[in-house]
Design a binder for this molecule. Sequence first.
Ligand SMILES: Cc1cc2nc3c(=O)[nH]c(=O)nc-3n(C[C@H](O)[C@H](O)[C@H](O)COP(=O)(O)OP(=O)(O)OC[C@H]3O[C@@H](n4cnc5c(N)ncnc54)[C@H](O)[C@@H]3O)c2cc1C
Length: 394
Amino acid sequence: MADKYDVLISGGGLVGGSLALALQSSGLNIGLIELQTVEQKQHSPAGERVLAISQGSRQLLEQCGLWHTVTDSSETIKTIQISDRGYLGKTRLSAEKEGVDALGYVLEARQLDLALVSLLEQSTVDVIAPAKMISLNNNNPASVAVTIEHMNGLHEVKHARLLIAADGGNSSIRQQLGIHARQIDYDQTAVITRVNAQIPADGIAYERFTDSGPLAFLPMGWRNYSVVWTLHPKQAQQIMALSEQDFIQQLQQAFGYRLGRLKLISKRHAFPLQLLHSKEMIAKRVALVGNAAHQLHPVAGQGFNLGLRDASCLAGLINQLNSLEDDPGGLTLLNNYATARKDDHQRVINFTNSLIWLFSSDWGLLGHVRSVGLMTLDRIPWLKHRLAKAAMGM
Ligand SMILES: Cc1cc2nc3c(=O)[nH]c(=O)nc-3n(C[C@H](O)[C@H](O)[C@H](O)COP(=O)(O)OP(=O)(O)OC[C@H]3O[C@@H](n4cnc5c(N)ncnc54)[C@H](O)[C@@H]3O)c2cc1C
C-alpha cells in the first residue's frame, strides 16, 4: 500500500465510492479510506434506505460501470401520483407525457453499496478499509498529511495532493478544518419500512400529504413498496413502539386503500432529519462532496443525486488535467469546482425546503390551498412539466 497519493478520498459511501470509480481511468494514484467493513455495511439499518435515482444519476452510474450491476434489482418509476389525505386535489406526473422512459428509478442503498465494494475490489483504487481517518494537516503547500487509524489500533500517515471529504453528514474533515455548516433541525423523523400490497406496483410512486407529515410509497417490484413516512419525532417514537399490527393499521389509515390491504414485510427504522449545508466546498488541498457538503431531507429524494453530481463534476475537472504532473489539488481546479456546484446546491435545497413547507405545514387553510393547487397543477401542462423536471433532478 502506498503512502503517497495524488487523490485520497476519506469515506467510501455511495458518493465517495462512485467518485473513486470515476477517477480510476485518470491514471492518477487514487486511495480510498473507509471506516466500515463489508459485513457492517451489509447489516447496517442505513442500507435499508431505498433511493429514488434520477435519470441523470443513472447516466452517471452507467459511466462508472455501476448501473449494469444493479439494474436487475432496480425498479422503474413511470408515474408519480401526488395526493392530499382528506382533500380532493391530486395530480399525476407521467413518464409518457414527459417523453422519457422513466421519471426515475428505485434502488436499495445496500445493493448499490455492495456493487460498489465489488467493483472497487477489481479496480486500480487502493482501498484502505476498515480504517478511520482521524486527523489531517494541510499546512504544507504541496500536499495534505492524513493520519489513519487501523482496526488493530496502529496509526499510519498518508500524503495526498488532494484530499476529498466524502465522510458523510458528520464529516470529521469539515469539522477539523473549522468549516461552518448551516444546520436546520426540521423537527421531523423519517420512519422507513417495506410493505406488500394487494395491488401490483406497476411503476407508480405515491407521494401523499397526511396530517402527520408526507408519506411516500416507492415501487419495489411486483407488489412490494418501500415506505418513507415523515413524522414529528414524538409521533415517530410512538409509531416505532407500536406492535406490527397496530403500525400497519395506522399506516393503512394514513395512506388509504388504493393499493388494497397492506402487509408489513420488514423492520422499521427511524432517521432524524436535518438540513446541513456547508458554507465552503473547498479548503487548501481539500474538496467536500456529498453529505459532507449537504445533508438534505429525503422528501424530494435528491441527496444522493446531488452528491453524485458533485462527484461527477470533480471527477470531470480532474480527468481533464493535461498531464499526470498537473496538480489535482491546485487552487484553480478547486475554485472551479466550488463555483460550478454552487447554483445546483442552492436550487435543490430551495426545492426541498419548499416541498417540506408545503407537505408538512399543519396550518389549517393550507390543506385547502394545497388541494386547489394540486387540482390547478393537474390542468396546467407546463407547470406539471416543470414539477416533473424538478422531480427528475433536471
Ligand atoms: C430515509 C432516507 C431516504 C433517502 N432517500 C433518498 C432518495 O430517495 N434519493 C436520494 O438521492 N437520496 C436519498 N437519501 C439521501 C442519501 O441516502 C444520501 O444523500 C447519501 O447516501 C449520501 O452519501 P455519502 O456517500 O455522501 O455519505 P454517507 O452515505 O454518509 O457515507 C459516508 C461514508 O464515510 C465513512 N466515514 C465516515 N467517517 C469516516 C472516517 N473518519 N474515516 C473513514 N471513513 C469514514 C462512512 O463509514 C460512510 O461509508 C435518503 C436519506 C435517508 C436518511
